[in-house]
Design a protein. Sequence first.
Length: 255
Amino acid sequence: MKRNYQKIVFPAIVFAAFLFFAFQTVQAFGIVAFHADFFKKKGTVVIDAGHGGEDGGAVGVNGVMEKDINLAIALNLQKYLQENNFEVIMIRDGDYAVGDQSLGSISERKRSDTKNRLRTVEEMGKCILISIHQNYFTEGKYDGAQVFYSPNDTESSSLAEAIRQNITSSLQPENKRENKAAEKNIYLLYHTTVPAVLVECGFLSNPAEAERLCDEKYQKDMAAAIYNGLIDYLSAKTDKTPSETSSVPERQISP
């Protein structure tokens, strides 16, 4: 009787152990598959640091060049995006123009620069464009960021609003500026067909804001607000298309 009992119990134990091992293996593969999906690229973002090279952009009341502030914020934004597994294309990552420098006049080189920026975006196909600039006005009393959006893609206005909300809530609570659709004078946004925004981060004509924009921590905080706005925009999109939810990272950056 004892031998019969052992003959029954031992195979049962072996079978149970096999089932447990198989279950653990399936779970492990499931976890690996989940993490593999999480670490897939989240999408492509083209970052345009406005101006560059001989085109310095606006000059702040404190002497700072717009092109330098644009690049500093753009590089911080690049870092945040790459850390969260986005593919990032930088139209410029240093102090240079992207047009044909062999052209004879500044206006020709500037026109070439602008068209090359648009060409970079067009060549990427499906992507999001974020252009970084600073504002300037003849009077020094004006301040605050403002976001412009492309009129050619309906998603652009939603992206602009998400970024605006994050900038105002984290950095500029008194800022009441509204988003605006880009007109012909903003060539890049007016002609691109992908979701695209241009963020005027502040006024270099305002002494206090010009100083803030030169501060490295404030530059990082501005980039973080733009990043978080992008994540909020993508999260809202995936609420409408749940199958894409796993492709959106969490908001992780707190200015």
